[in-house]
Design a protein. Sequence first.
Length: 190
Amino acid sequence: MAFPSRERLTVARTLHDGIAQDLVGIGYSLDLLLAEPSLDSAARIRIRNTRLEVDSLIAKVRGEILNLRAPQKVSISERIRELTQTLIPHIQIEFNSDDVVLSPYLIDELISITTELLRNIAQHSRATHVAINLYSVNNRTCLEICDNGIGGAQVKDGHFGLSGVTERVHNLHGSITIESTEGTRIALLV
């Protein structure tokens, strides 16, 4: 079991001191509005529903903060399996993984990249099958995600998903390949 990385703790603090506190403040403001005696019932219902949505967001942010602060207990393979079950539960998964040894920082970065790629698959690809391969090549790590969807994945101006993935890979001094005509194959080497 490894302690959370410095980067994870920094993100947890930033979430707590920023977004979480802002959401709590919005919740208090909504409570004040709900206490207004002149508020009509239709507006009260809309504000109450918004208040419930804010509470849900606060719970999600707190969950992320706890996750970021938790000791890292699971391997990258286990974390990728959990992501597939959460983000693309309706898609058939084929997962092949070697025992790769990675720093907590690299694991976090690869999980962030995998999360973005799986979200893209869920939202855009219409895939029914996804293959994920994680293996070592010449003292580097290769992550390959392939789907049988409609293709068309590319870095586009004004869209930040694949741009962000590409930036993360380059920050890791790695390379990325995107092939997306019939289905999509994204491979990165870090």
